[in-house]
Ligand binder design. Structure first.
Ligand code: HEC
Length: 108
C-alpha cells in the first residue's frame, strides 16, 4: 500500500496510510518475539537463517532500527498528511530496513 503510494500508482490517503503503518508497527513487535532462542531447533520450513541466532545482537539492532524508522514514519505521516518528500524519505528508510534484514537473515 505505502509502496504503491511511493510509486504513484495509488493516490495518497492519510487514513489508509496511517492504518497501514499501524499494522506494520504491530507486526514489528512480533518480529523480535517471533524468533525466540528456542525456535532455533526443528523448523525445517522456515526461511529464517541460522545466523539470526548466532548474530543475535546484530539482528536485534536491525529490529530496533526498523521500529525506530517506523515510529518516525508514523510521526511524519501524522503531521504531514501528504505524500511529501519527508514522507517518502521516511517510508524509504523503512523499506531499506526490510531489505537489509532480508538480505542478511532470510533465505531467498
Ligand atoms: C529484523 C529483520 C527483518 C525486518 C526488518 C523485516 N523482515 Fe521480513 N522477514 C524476516 C525473516 C527472518 C523472514 C523469514 C521468516 C521465516 O521464514 O520464518 C521474513 C519473512 C518475510 C516475509 C515472508 C516472505 C517469504 O519469503 O516467506 C515477508 C512478506 C516479509 N518478511 C516482509 C517484510 C516487510 C514488508 C518488511 C518491512 C516493512 C520486513 N519484512 C522487515 C526478517 C525481517
Amino acid at each position: 500500500m505505502i509502496g504503491n503510494v511511493l510509486k504513484g500508482s495509488v493516490p495518497y490517503d492519510a487514513a489508509a496510510v496511517q492504518k497501514s503503518i499501524a499494522r506494520v508497527v504491530f507486526l514489528s513487535d512480533l518480529v523480535s518475539e517471533g524468533f525466540p532462542e528456542i525456535s532455533n531447533i526443528g523448523e525445517p520450513d522456515t526461511k529464517a537463517k541460522a545466523d539470526i541466532w548466532t548474530n543475535r545482537a546484530d539482528f536485534d539492532k536491525k529490529v530496533k532500527d526498523f521500529q525506530a524508522h517506523l515510529v518516525a514514519l508514523q510521526q511524519v505521516n501524522d503531521t504531514e498528511k501528504d505524500a511529501s518528500e519527508a514522507f517518502k524519505t521516511a517510508a524509504n528508510a523503512v523499506a531499506q530496513d526490510c531489505k537489509a534484514c532480508h538480505d542478511e537473515y532470510k533465505v531467498k
